[in-house]
Unconditional design. Structure first.
Length: 404
């Protein structure tokens, strides 16, 4: 890791002293996390030190209001830059943040009652409690409106039945946002905060994933699961709106994380190309190796700029949550950033593996890990096929929706 790490996105901004301080704090914790992550990754062990170390450094609450626990109330641009730095440590480390902060805590902050925010956010900002976001089901992925999980009203709350799968932090989370329809209906979806110690809640990790070996992905079972009435999240019947707003924050974090992945691949490739000698000279002097580096650099800058633009528009949307125009602008910009950055990060990882040759084909080295890990960024939080259509629909307008 270079001594003076610089975020790609910093090139376009005059950072305030506060932003510089936050990014350097994040950088410091990332350096502590790296050796632990190396061990966990190779042993296929969940890396709980990410929550502990970032929690102790008071960095899990970066975008959470200062009213709650260790919330720091930073804007979306600064948060995206922090995630960019974290993304460099690997998609697994960043996925923890996406699940816990972007999809979890930010959604409680946006939609929760004051009582829910006071109950959940302080411990979340300190890493004492971990969040997850449970939308996907075995039969409902790209089409969340087709989900099967149901709830029934009980005397003092709700009873939930169903299954959620491929949930980041799913088997370690203390609280999961769960989306369900009223029993027997396929409209009026509601969102709930479901605590893992609720009766009828169980979870287990998904094994044999392609990558993300230090990051938890789980399946959650809700079997007559008892949820108190005060755990309904957001207005009754507005579950899909809650889910879609969460996915905007989540996608932005994926885009920012991918920028960090590209940066890490580029730095590793430049360093290796200067040191590795073949045919009597450093491989960096071979023009076809330079082509890999040139492409990576252009993709890095393009992904960073698209992500910054998306963060600016997302902040504008947060400042004017009732404006449909700002929401739609942010939604499209975030989709574009996630689409481009996830494709570019996979291409960068593939190039880095190629330049490393046989050494690239090992999980001991960072390019190989990025290759298997960043692949998921083209799948989760809206597949890139879905995002391409979302982007096109934002231009074509009503009546041209490719899916509903
Ligand atoms: C490691 C990991 C972590 C995840 N974390 C979470 C999480 O924290 N919370 C959560 O809720 N989910 C999570 N997911 C699930 C993820 O969001 C879904 O996998 C994703 O939405 C796609 O759903 P699917 O896998 O069911 O694919 P499907 O929806 O079955 O899609 C299969 C293929 O068909 C294409 N397709 C589907 N519909 C269309 C269409 N209308 N037009 C064009 N192409 C289409 C897709 O693009 C894809 O290529 C995670 C997944 C992974 C792998």
């Amino acid at each position: 890791m270079p001594d003076g790490f610089v975020n790609a996105s910093k090139a376009y901004l005059e950072l305030t002293d506060e932003q510089e301080l936050i990014i350097s704090q994040v950088d410091g914790v990332c350096r502590e996390v790296r050796p632990i992550e190396d061990g966990c990754y190779l042993d296929h062990r969940y890396n709980g030190a990410v929550a502990d170390l970032f929690g102790q450094a008071r960095l899990l609450g970066l975008p959470i209001s200062t009213l709650y626990g260790d919330g720091q109330g930073i804007d979306m641009v600064t948060y995206a830059m922090a995630i960019e730095r974290i993304g460099r440590e690997g998609t697994g480390v960043r996925t923890f943040f996406s699940g816990h902060v972007s999809l979890g805590m930010l959604t409680v902050q946006r939609w929760g009652t004051e009582e829910q925010k006071e109950r959940y956010l302080p411990s979340g900002t300190r890493g004492k409690k971990v969040f997850a976001f449970g939308l996907t089901e075995p039969g409902a992925g790209s089409d969340p409106a087709s989900l099967q999980t149901e709830f029934q009203e009980a005397e003092d709350g709700f009873v939930l039945n169903g299954q959620k799968t491929w949930i980041s932090n799913g088997s370690v989370a203390d609280s999961v946002l769960i989306f369900a329809y009223p029993k027997g209906r396929r409209e009026g979806m509601c969102a709930f905060v479901v605590d893992r110690d609720s009766d009828g809640f169980s979870a287990k990790p998904i094994k044999n994933k392609l990558g993300l070996f230090s990051s938890d992905t789980g399946t959650i079972y809700l079997d007559e699961c008892q949820v108190p009435k005060e755990n309904l999240l957001g207005p009754r019947g507005k579950g899909l709106s809650v889910a879609y707003s969460a996915l905007m924050s989540g996608r932005l974090s994926v885009a920012a994380g991918c920028v960090g992945v590209i940066q890490d691949c580029l730095d590793e490739t430049v360093r290796y190309s200067q040191l590795r000698v073949q045919h009597g000279k450093p491989i960096g002097m071979h023009q076809l190796v330079q082509r890999h580096i040139g492409r990576m650099e252009v993709n890095l800058q393009a992904a960073a700029m698209l992500t910054l633009r998306a963060a600016v528009l997302h902040q504008r949307h947060q400042d004017q949550p009732d404006s449909v125009a700002t929401r739609e602008a942010a939604d499209a910009a975030i989709a574009e950033a996630k689409y481009f950055a996830s494709n570019a990060s996979f291409e960068a990882a593939d190039s880095a593996v190629q330049v490393f040759g046989a050494n690239g084909y090992s999980l001991e080295n960072r390019p190989g890990r990025h290759l298997v890990d960043t692949r998921v960024s083209r799948i989760y939080e809206g597949t890139n096929e879905i995002l391409e259509q979302k982007i096109a629909n934002s231009l074509l307008g009503k009546g041209f929706e490719a899916y509903s």
